[in-house]
Design a protein around this ligand. Structure first.
Ligand code: NAD
Ligand code: ZN
Length: 241
């Protein structure tokens, strides 16, 4: 049973802001970082692969991991959670969708204007100047045709800055929305985790959807302990029957 005050807040909202994390793609078969990695990569800590230091130490290894993830994501399909969020855009006057995911599954589910906090798995950038590089021949470590530097995956790694525009747009949406949904994120990685705190301070109705309630849940108005692929369609159905 979803609480009536939550349904009313969503039904009356002028601006809904959503933050998604790896959990929303879990039901598509894309593993989250903090759950056990499976198969080939179970002996590696993602924190030792998704950093600039890891790339400098062993770019071949980092590229092998990202090519494995690209293939995994390319073979995955958006799930009911992604699809419900794409539908939500048509049900409220304004929706801002911010994702920490790099998998592009929101866009494939039909969401537009997605703010990608941590970049995109399918982009290539050069390590030195950040030039966007057209994906070309799959060398073990490609080089930039512009400056000759090594090419890296175009994702934001641990310890790197969030793109200015993503940061600005998402923080202003969090401060202005009336309902904030935090879906499938461990709320451990800042500054993304700070968005929900801003929404709380701004007086929005803040809701977490996660089968494992997080440390921040106590701050929120509602914590729905369920998987996104079940909870999101149920929330839409209950709000707009
Ligand atoms: P995380 O791995 O730290 O946490 C995932 C959260 O999702 C956990 O709290 C877990 O309880 C929850 N969860 C698991 N299954 C769920 C489901 N079916 N429905 C709802 N919630 C579910 O992920 P994070 O907080 O996003 O942060 C880690 C960083 O790793 C991110 O910044 C992201 O860039 C990167 N990452 C991205 C992908 C992707 O693009 N799909 C995958 C793994 C990691
Ligand atoms: Zn370059």
């Amino acid at each position: 049973m979803l609480p009536d005050d939550l349904l009313a807040a969503l039904r009356n909202a002028q601006h809904v802001c959503v933050l998604t994390g790896a959990g929303i793609s879990a039901e598509s078969g894309v593993p989250t970082f903090r759950e056990a990695q499976s198969g080939l990569w179970e002996h590696y800590d993602p924190l030792d692969l998704a950093t600039p230091e890891a790339f400098l130490r062993n770019p071949e290894l980092v590229w092998r991991w990202y090519r494995w993830r690209r293939e995994l994501v390319a073979n995955a399909e958006p799930n009911a959670g992604h699809i419900a969020l794409a539908r939500l855009a048509g049900l409220v006057p304004k929706l801002t969708l911010v994702t920490q995911n790099v998998d592009g599954l929101h866009q494939r589910a039909g969401s537009s204007g997605v703010i990608e906090f941590h970049g995109n798995l399918f982009e290539d950038r050069c390590f030195v100047e950040g030039c966007i590089v057209e994906p070309g021949v799959e060398d073990s470590v490609p080089t930039c045709p512009g400056c000759g530097a090594q090419v890296r995956p175009g994702v934001i790694w641990f310890g790197e800055a969030i793109p200015e525009r993503a940061l600005h747009e998402s923080f202003s949406a969090a401060a202005q929305c009336d309902v904030f949904l935090s879906i499938g994120t461990s709320s451990l990685v800042y500054p993304a985790a700070g968005l929900a705190e801003i929404a709380v301070k701004a007086g929005a109705t803040v809701v977490e959807i996660n089968p494992n309630p997080t440390g921040l849940a106590a701050l929120f108005d509602h914590a729905i302990s369920a998987e996104a692929g079940t909870a999101m369609p149920a929330l839409l159905e209950a709000t707009w029957p």
